[in-house]
Design a protein around this ligand. Structure first.
Ligand code: S3P
Length: 425
């Protein structure tokens, strides 16, 4: 099938908008539902393909999931070995976190995914789960892989080998589904949605951003509503921050501090962003975000801030393209193995609008200027976040045609329509 080509026009953003439920929290909420024996009602589930992959895989494992638009009801029980391989589609979160779930539940399963997911590393999570006691065979460290079972639980105290919330969560879920205590140490501040959700649902869990300790726990059911996705709001936030004449409000967005690196980076560049109506709902902080255009200046973005913006680095690079001076962003080598090689993708985006950048050993340097389209067609390798970032770039630089724009369906169905709505004001 030929990749869809969509033309994104320039134009300021005005008005108010909401974004889909958080993708990271949605995966975890479905998994937490499958761990409990009383129903968990989940409102505002992310409607994208990645979360559908988790939902369908959990059903294949024997969980009961009823879905009505973006609301779900999940009841767990004993998870069983599925007859068919679990198709994780494009979703690294599905593959890695469900590997932990199945390892804990001692449910043998095969895991596979699309061509992008088959290129992504599974060895970091597989290695730590092998230490837990799981028997896992990968294809040279990647998918397809086979989990043969967890005959005996061995290690229960882990030092996290990668700065990855997915790996940390896989280990916590392994402990939860096995009914054993698990300690995960050495976190450097990766997103803590698993910890917050499990604690909200009554798990005995302590964490401080470095160490998480989970004791054998039974989760209570009940109902939760998923916060708006900070990584989806990020596209509109950045578009408004770089496009003269913009002034928007994004309602009910998750502002968990492990996810607000973009907000801090943009503010450091001089962006005018305000948080209104701050509150905590179902264990997660939430706010309405107001952003107005303001000329930007270059900034130095450290590795800790970058980790808190790990999915927003392309947007920080785009903002840097419009900022006076040279911006540096550190600690981003993991971007090579996201849905596509996002270092290469950022370089392509910036080059397409005549902006100079260089990358060396984890640090990206962007020389701000006056971005203007030089190449009309942007190739995205079907990476949803790169396709949406290209549309953001078009808002302020000039019209761009984006190849594979439909990949936004992975996390943000309706993105192009919502952006066009804001551009009409
Ligand atoms: C995610 C964690 C991050 C992020 C991904 C979602 C999660 O990956 O890039 O989009 O939901 O835990 P890593 O944990 O591999 O850094």
């Amino acid at each position: 099938m030929a990749a869809q080509l969509v033309n994104f026009p320039p134009g300021a953003l005005r008005g108010s908008v909401t974004v889909p439920g958080d993708k990271s929290i949605s995966h975890r909420a479905l998994i937490a539902g499958a761990a409990g024996t009383t129903p968990l009602q989940i409102g505002n589930l992310n409607p994208g393909r990645d979360v559908r992959a988790t939902r369908e895989a959990l059903i294949a494992l024997g969980a009961h999931v009823r879905i009505d638009a973006n609301d779900a009801e999940v009841v767990g029980g004993r998870l069983l070995s599925p007859a068919m391989p679990l198709d994780c589609m494009n979703s690294g979160s599905t593959a890695r976190m469900l590997l932990g779930v199945c390892a804990g539940a001692n449910a043998a399963a095969r895991f596979d995914g699309d061509s992008s997911l088959r290129r992504r590393p599974m060895e970091p999570v597989a290695a730590q789960l092998r230490a837990f006691g799981a028997k896992i065979e990968t294809t040279q460290g990647r998918l397809p892989l086979q989990l043969l079972g967890t005959p005996e639980i061995e290690t229960r105290h882990f030092i996290l080998l990668a700065a990855s919330a997915q790996v940390k969560s896989a280990l916590l879920f392994a402990g939860l589904f096995a009914g054993v205590s698990i300690t995960v140490d050495g976190d450097r501040g990766s997103r803590d949605h698993t910890e917050r959700l499990l604690a909200y649902l009554g798990a005995e869990l302590e964490w401080d951003g470095r160490t998480a300790r989970l004791s054998p726990s039974r989760l209570k059911g009940g109902s939760i509503t998923v916060a708006g996705d900070a990584s989806a709001a990020a596209f509109f936030l950045t578009a408004a921050a770089i496009t003269p004449g913009s002034s928007i409000r994004i309602r009910d967005v998750g502002v968990n501090p492990t996810r607000t690196g973009l907000l801090d980076a943009l503010r450091r560049m001089g962006a005018v962003i305000e948080l209104h109506n701050e509150r905590t709902r179902y264990g997660e902080p939430l706010a309405d975000l107001a952003v107005e255009y303001h000329p930007l200046e270059a900034a130095t973005i450290d590795a800790i801030t970058a980790l808190r913006a790990i999915d927003e680095i392309p947007l920080i690079a785009i903002a840097a393209a419009f900022a006076a001076g040279t911006t540096t962003i550190a600690g981003i080598s993991d971007l090579r193995t996201k849905e596509s090689d996002r270092i290469a993708a950022i370089e392509r985006l910036l080059e397409a609008v005549g902006i100079e950048s260089s990358y060396d050993r984890g640090v990206l340097r962007v020389v701000g200027g006056r971005p203007m389209p030089r190449t009309m067609v942007i190739s995205t390798e079907d990476d949803h976040r790169i396709a949406m970032a290209a549309a953001v770039l078009a808002c302020a630089a000039g019209p761009l045609s984006v190849e594979g724009a439909d990949s936004a369906e992975v996390s943000f169905p309706g993105f192009a329509t919502a952006l066009a709505g804001l551009q009409r004001g």
